[in-house]
Design a binder for this molecule. Structure first.
Ligand SMILES: [Zn+2]
Length: 175
């Protein structure tokens, strides 16, 4: 049975590469976002990478007032942390957050194919992290263009991978 080992290695390599190069938009798939979730003691962190097409429906400079508003609204929503719902029993509080859009600026190199996307990070402090057995990531319902959200989880209880869509927003952490 060589396959499971090879698959595990592949996932491990992918995770390591991703962690060291989170700003790169190379693994950019329209409609698909990735979230790296890490829980260490009472600190819960989320790192999101999402393509422009998925959060919005364009990857070029906003051309109208409506597009500029949609871009600003997306950044504000990603930064607010409202895309994550945590169990109240865990008593988590958002302690730090950031969000930015990349690649939506006009560029001098016209004709060059480029992608654009979003990155965001959230940090929560949780008084009762043992209550964090499952949580909800609402990105596929907040942004219907995101058909799939892949969540990699790492806690002291183990690692996991969840593939979320509009019908399944739940991430179960290793028990
Ligand atoms: Zn793209």
């Amino acid at each position: 049975m060589k396959r499971p080992a090879a698959l595990f290695l592949l996932l491990a390599v992918h995770t390591a590469a991703h962690a060291h190069d989170v700003r790169q938009l190379g693994a950019h798939v329209h409609g698909q976002a990735t979230v790296d979730l890490a829980l260490d003691q009472g600190t819960l962190e989320f790192a999101l990478q999402a393509p422009g097409i998925g959060i919005l429906d364009f990857e070029r400079p906003a051309a109208t007032a409506a597009e500029r508003a949609a871009l600003a609204r997306a950044i504000a929503m990603l930064k607010s942390g409202s895309w994550v719902t945590l169990p109240t029993a865990a008593h988590c509080r958002l302690s730090r957050s950031s969000a930015k859009a990349e690649g939506f600026e006009a560029t001098a190199a016209a004709g060059q194919h480029r992608h654009a996307g979003f990155s965001a990070s959230l940090q929560y402090r949780c008084a009762n992290p043992l209550a964090l057995r499952a949580l909800v990531v609402r990105l596929p319902t907040l942004f219907p263009g995101l058909h799939e959200v892949i969540v990699h989880t790492a806690t002291d209880r183990g690692q996991g991978r969840s593939v979320l869509n509009a019908g399944n927003l739940r991430v179960v952490l290793a028990p």
